[in-house]
Design a protein around this ligand. Structure first.
Ligand code: BEZ
Ligand code: FE
Length: 277
């Protein structure tokens, strides 16, 4: 029988019937079923389908070692956070997870108290807290990677050259504590000079993320934790363009004093609760 609107989905599903890998078969069956449903519901014109192909082509062409446009696409469509929700269901009081984002990169290990802001000027800020488990046992020796954008809204990897800035790895002390100096984070737009930016524009959506600092925390015997701390009061907390805000991750930025450096600064307290593997 000819391939037609009625038998199209079954014909393609039949073509996979011999796949041995059960998981791959389930995934392909689901993708084809839903993709065909979308096409049947929307009935795209051939021009519209070509536009979709061109969009995906441009998305791939925008990717290189420093830019991952597909992650950005997954982020703005809420797929990254849906995946996060499915894979990191909260069981107790552990710190909630959120998106990794495209700007994670290797960083140097710094000592307790060091300043990660080497090449930017901004409002000084101390970030500190303790790492512990859900039973309140303090965790020494945890690796705490942090990264953030500068007051100009840019990450180091978005700038020319290879200067590493506003990122570092700290190790929690014997009492589980960590502390570093930095500058106050600022809200910023995700990169909009590519197809994902055009998409947001066409959908009448703003590209902003509320101010945050990224954390990736690892400790022996515990699940790796990828999260952010968000700053209370930020005007984009309710409309993060990548849907990554969770109430439990919002902290107040308090005005304080840095007695070691004898100057005023902000203070952000963020405890980290790890879950056993
Ligand atoms: C970020 O916070 O670094 C980020 C996350 C998702 C998309 C773009 C940027
Ligand atoms: Fe970020």
């Amino acid at each position: 029988m000819d391939f037609n609107e009625k038998n199209a989905t079954d014909a393609v599903l039949d073509s996979f019937s011999k796949i041995k890998d059960k998981r791959l078969k389930k995934i392909m069956n689901s993708i084809i079923t839903h993709l065909h449903e979308v096409v049947k519901e929307v009935e795209p014109t051939e021009d519209e389908w070509m536009k979709a192909i061109t969009f995906l082509t441009k998305t791939g062409q925008k990717c290189d070692d420093r830019r991952q446009e597909f992650i950005l696409l997954s982020d703005v469509l809420g797929v990254s956070m849906l995946l996060d929700a499915i894979n990191n269901r909260k069981t107790k009081d552990e710190t909630e997870t959120t998106v990794l984002g495209p700007f994670h990169a290797p960083s140097l290990t710094m000592s307790y108290g060091e300043n990660i802001a080497k090449n930017v000027v901004g409002d000084d800020c101390i970030v500190s807290g303790n790492v512990f488990d859900v039973n309140k046992n303090l965790i020494a020796g945890a690796s705490i990677e942090v990264w953030q954008s500068g007051p100009d809204g840019l990450y180091d990897v978005q700038k020319e050259g290879d200067v590493v800035d506003l990122r570092a790895t700290f190790i929690s002390l014997e009492d589980g504590s960590y502390l570093f100096r930095t500058v106050k984070p600022q809200f910023y737009p995700i990169p909009v000079d590519g197809p994902v930016g055009d998409l947001l524009n066409n959908l009448d959506r703003h590209p902003y993320r509320p101010a945050h600092i990224h954390f990736m925390v690892k400790a022996d015997g515990y699940k790796d934790l990828v999260t952010h701390v968000f700053i209370d009061g930020d005007k984009y907390l309710q409309s993060d363009t990548v849907f990554a805000v969770k109430k439990s991750l919002i902290r107040k930025l308090e005005k304080g004093f840095d007695s070691d450096e004898n100057k005023e600064c902000y203070h952000l307290e963020f405890d980290i609760v790890m879950e056993k593997k």
